[in-house]
Design a protein around this ligand. Sequence first.
Ligand SMILES: [Zn+2]
Length: 340
Amino acid sequence: MFILDRILQKQGFILADGATGTNYFQLGLETGYPPELWSLEKPEHVSGLHQRFIEAGSDVILTNTFGGTSHRLKLHQAEDQVRALNIAAARLARECADNYHAATGREIAVAGSMGPTGELFTPLGMLTHDAAVAAFTEQAEALAEGGVDMLWIETISAFEEVFAALEAAKKTGLPVAATMTFDTAGKSMMGVDPADFAKQISEKGVVAVGANCGIGPAELMHSVTAMHPADGVMRIAKGNCGIPEYVEGKIHYHGTPELMATYAVLARDAGVQIIGGCCGTSPDHIRAMRQALDQATDGDRPAVDAARLESELGKPWKNIPEQSSSTSAASNQRRRRRKS
Ligand SMILES: [Zn+2]
């Protein structure tokens, strides 16, 4: 039986982890420096954050490989280290998960993170399907070699890119999950609709599909509740810790542990199996989510509908610009966020 099925059967939900970048900043990561290099340069910090998420209650940890394709690493002249960095990151996460399991008996799944290349596909940009598949294959094979339980494609905006990543990930034979970021009036930057994404991707043989990052928990839940994947495919909600805001030139996430706990219980009540945090989510937030999920017994709360979502998380897409044109979607994609 697949590890996520065992965890779900045992406790009724699966808690993923929180942010990588945001938490590394507190350990001294400089803005613009690629966090993936820390798997070789500062492995104690990479393992330390995994450890803190596991102790806070995460059942799944994502490897420090979000920007681990050659396209992202070449921006830092590290494209020749794709294999070494992905293997190293997978081994660090694997070791943390295995040590914890041996000490406590609680199983932890290791998911190999695969983020976007940062390139636009033809005809908007230069990236071809074959080149993208080749880059993702190099990463996926190294993650598999390092011992991950599954591959986890995340923060994607374009169908072409998720299809290429999925094709590469499936070549390893490992189970694959895929999430997109819906941050533009209910759609991804490149105009993908969440319901359409869930339908098309779940038909291609993934174990889980969902949404991550983007705006705040209200928008994330609006996107995830629109998804109706094929039978047997789990849904993932991995939302940012509140709405990101610029404060004194730095991105700040205003979400409290209480807000993230409310969001986690709502997600569970909505039938979402895998719940976690994205940018801004610390181990303290994950701990609050764990406590709330552990205490949330079935049947004593109202059904999850638009009214309950709005009363507990706020109105989605409030103060968010309406649908952007395809040209601004393309320029947004060029300026795209790093996972932080
Ligand atoms: Zn994020």
